[in-house]
Design a protein around this ligand. Structure first.
Ligand code: TRP
Ligand code: SF4
Length: 330
């Protein structure tokens, strides 16, 4: 099944509920493009979710289902990649523990996301041992599959740098077990939500993949635009328009540039401009909705696919842990 001539890709996504356009334009869409070129392992990282949602752990299982349904419906194919649940492969915990032994405390303390996320999610107490270890767990995820390529957005750069350092240190101190993972920087455009702030589930401004076509139409139709365009005859600036972040992610460049000119010269109205991105999204999501409807007829299919993915992941994880234990001399 795994082609030894292909390099191994690993990436993870936190189960945070149904995916919105921001998740799709970031991680999810990039994963699709890699599934034939590499041996891909894609993990729904339940323990990473738990590190910030430990006071609300009961929602994670449902979110895992939602995320799997979304990943499969956008076209990830379980015959061509491994989709699995992190917490169903216990070796992630074992390798995390072992890596924690060789990881100097200052290395994790200086990872900027540790303090940044505490500020960003001030309603949650993230000053925990588990949260400090977040990037070490992420390192274990990657190394457990001897991942060579890790497609992630810019926001994960510090975590990947740490992963590479931990990898080198383990190989030097314990034994040459792991290839050093490379970061594959993927475009993760910042999408604005309906209110103009960053699209986020917690702001209640998100457009979800599973939204019905009418809902998508309505959400975009009422979305805020550049405030300069009070009247149809007022020129605007696409760079200051939340709607145009959707164009940037989903509308091809020539068409987009034409619209930008139209906005700046008041040659087109916002209604028309929004219409273009709405039609593009409906077209893009057509096959997603079809696939999703099929899966929804048989919800148990999702858990079966994950079970099979968990089994395939486990086989690789177990083999790696044998190498690790041998290197340790255990
Ligand atoms: N921390 C990543 C994020 O928030 C998710 C993640 C967990 C991940 N483990 C990973 C990404 C391993 C790449 C590789 O997006
Ligand atoms: Fe935004 Fe388009 Fe309206 Fe310009 S024309 S303000 S880019 S919606």
């Amino acid at each position: 099944m795994a082609d030894p001539a292909k390099k191994t890709v690993f990436s993870g996504i936190r189960p945070t509920g149904p995916a919105h356009l921001g998740n799709f334009a970031g991680a999810m869409r990039n994963w699709l493009a890699l599934q034939d070129k590499y041996n891909c392992f894609y993990s729904i990282v339940t323990w990473h979710a738990l590190s910030s949602e430990y006071q609300n752990s009961k929602v994670i299982k449902g979110y895992t289902y939602e995320m799997a349904l979304d990943l499969l419906s956008i076209g990830l194919d379980p015959a061509r990649c491994v989709i699995f649940v992190q917490s169903e492969v216990k070796e992630h915990a074992e390798l995390h523990l072992l890596l924690s032994m060789v990881t100097p405390l200052p290395w994790v303390e200086r990872v900027p996301t540790f303090k940044d996320m505490q500020k960003e999610m001030a309603d949650k107490d993230l000053n925990t041992y588990g949260y400090l270890g977040y990037p070490v767990l992420q390192t274990a995820d990657i190394l457990l599959y001897k991942g060579e390529i890790v497609p992630v957005g810019e926001d994960q750069a510090a975590h990947l740098e740490l992963a590479r350092e931990i990898c080198r240190r383990f190989n030097r101190l314990i034994g040459e077990v792991f290839p050093e993972p490379q970061m594959l920087l993927t475009e993760t455009p910042r999408l604005a939500g309906t209110d103009g702030r960053k699209m986020s589930k917690s702001f209640g401004n998100a457009i979800y993949l599973k939204d019905a076509p009418e809902t998508i139409r309505a959400k975009i139709a009422t979305m805020v635009t550049d405030t300069r365009r009070q009247r149809r005859s007022d020129p605007g600036e696409p760079a200051d328009c939340p709607v145009f972040t959707l164009h940037a992610a989903f509308v091809e460049k020539p068409r987009r540039e034409e619209l930008a000119r139209g906005c700046r010269t008041a040659g087109i109205g916002c209604l028309e401009c929004k219409g273009v991105v709405i039609e593009r999204l409906l077209e893009l999501l057509g096959s997603y909705w079809e696939k999703r409807a099929e899966f929804e007829k048989k919800p148990s299919r999702i858990w079966e696919i994950l079970d099979e993915g968990n089994r395939r992941a486990r086989r690789v994880a177990e083999a790696t842990m044998e190498d690790v234990r041998a290197a340790l001399g255990f």
